[in-house]
Ligand binder design. Structure first.
Ligand code: NAP
Length: 319
């Protein structure tokens, strides 16, 4: 089978021929139909991701496909079942193995592309906004990097939860995508005085920050009393530093959220959230935006679309 492999950090991954993988105890083998790309794949290539699986590895964190074989001790899902699955790697290939208890059977209404694309982005948005920040109807939610995979999902979920959504992204075209996903207001992230722009819109109750840097600082200073700031990612490269005195005087909270961490300390919270989201996708109330679909041999091009900030929503590879 063909797989998109990283041999050494800092080097370009490449398509390689590998033997068909055998599922181990507790695992299933999937014939992969779709694998969605993530900013974290870029960090993994650079050796800057928080998880460091041993090299060489097959890139690709979230997939959907058909169960092809069961490992020892696995009762199901049965071969032929359509499922979604995630992990830190293994998805950019024609076949791959995942723990059976990390596979979600797909309802009829969910296609492979959407099922691959929703897990990390929507899972992160749902746990962050509902479970961690307790976003309330009518609250003002700022989403930075709002045209990216994780940002656009948070716009959609925030809107569904009844928030007034302010989307920040770079350029009119990307802001229009955020508006179509449900943003009430938009701000170009290159606006010189972001704090003033946010205050002019009435301030912010909950910030969902995927970019870091100056945008986080502006949001902190434009936060309303009892505001919550979710540190989700640092796509811009700068990790924000938070002056604790501002938290004190304005009664603010900064909340960290690492979605993958739940798999270790509270997997039931994560799987329950994914099941809820899958139901929303199957009934059509969430519609993951996929800007590009590419075959496996163009996976490098897909990653370049993320690196160069040309993708909106998700990029999906179809092995
Ligand atoms: N905490 C968690 O559990 C969790 C889960 C998933 C992802 N994340 C993190 O969330 C962030 C976004 O991930 P994603 O998969 O949504 O990525 P993505 O689709 O590439 O979106 C990132 C967005 O950030 C903006 N951006 C600003 N500066 C950038 C730069 N220097 N390089 C690239 N993009 C830049 C871009 O929008 P504009 O061009 O419009 O500015 C882009 O749309 C990443 O830092 C990722 O590691 C965290």
């Amino acid at each position: 089978m063909r797989a998109f492999r990283l041999t050494e950090t800092g080097q370009d991954p490449a398509l390689t021929d590998l033997p068909l993988p055998e599922p181990g105890p507790g695992e299933i083998r999937l014939r992969i139909a779709a694998c969605a790309l993530n900013f974290a794949d870029l960090l993994m290539i650079q050796g800057r991701y928080q998880e460091r699986p041993p090299l060489p590895l097959t890139l690709g964190m979230e997939v959907a496909g058909t169960v092809d074989a069961l490992g020892p001790g696995v009762a199901g899902p049965a071969p032929g079942t359509r499922v979604a699955a995630f992990g830190s790697c293994g998805g950019l290939a024609e076949f791959g193995c995942w723990p059976a208890d990390r596979c979600l059977p797909l309802p009829d209404g969910a296609g492979f592309r959407e099922a691959a694309a929703f897990q990390i982005a929507y899972g992160t948005g749902h746990l962050a906004l509902e479970h961690r920040a307790r976003l309330q109807p009518g609250e003002r939610l700022l989403v930075t990097g709002a045209a990216g995979g994780v940002g656009l999902a948070a716009v959609e979920i925030g809107r569904r939860m009844g928030a007034r959504v302010i989307a920040s992204a770079r350029g009119a075209d990307r802001l229009e995508i955020a508006r179509q996903a449900g943003a009430h207001e938009t701000i170009d992230s290159d606006t010189p005085d972001l704090k003033a722009a946010l205050k002019a819109l009435g301030g912010v109750d909950v910030t969902y920050d995927t970019v870091g840097g100056a945008g986080f600082d502006a949001a902190l200073r434009a936060s309303r009393p009892e505001g919550r700031l979710l540190a989700i990612g640092f796509a811009g490269g700068d990790v924000p530093q938070v002056p604790a005195n501002l938290l004190l005087v304005k009664n603010l909270s900064v909340i960290g959220l690492y979605w993958g961490g739940y798999m270790t300390f509270a997997p039931q919270v994560l799987m329950r959230s994914l099941e809820t989201l899958l139901g929303w996708i199957a009934d059509g109330s969430l519609r993951p935006h996929i800007s590009h679909e590419l075959p496996l041999e163009r996976a490098a091009e897909g990653l370049e679309l993320l690196r160069s900030r040309q993708a909106t929503g998700k990029v999906v590879i179809l092995p």
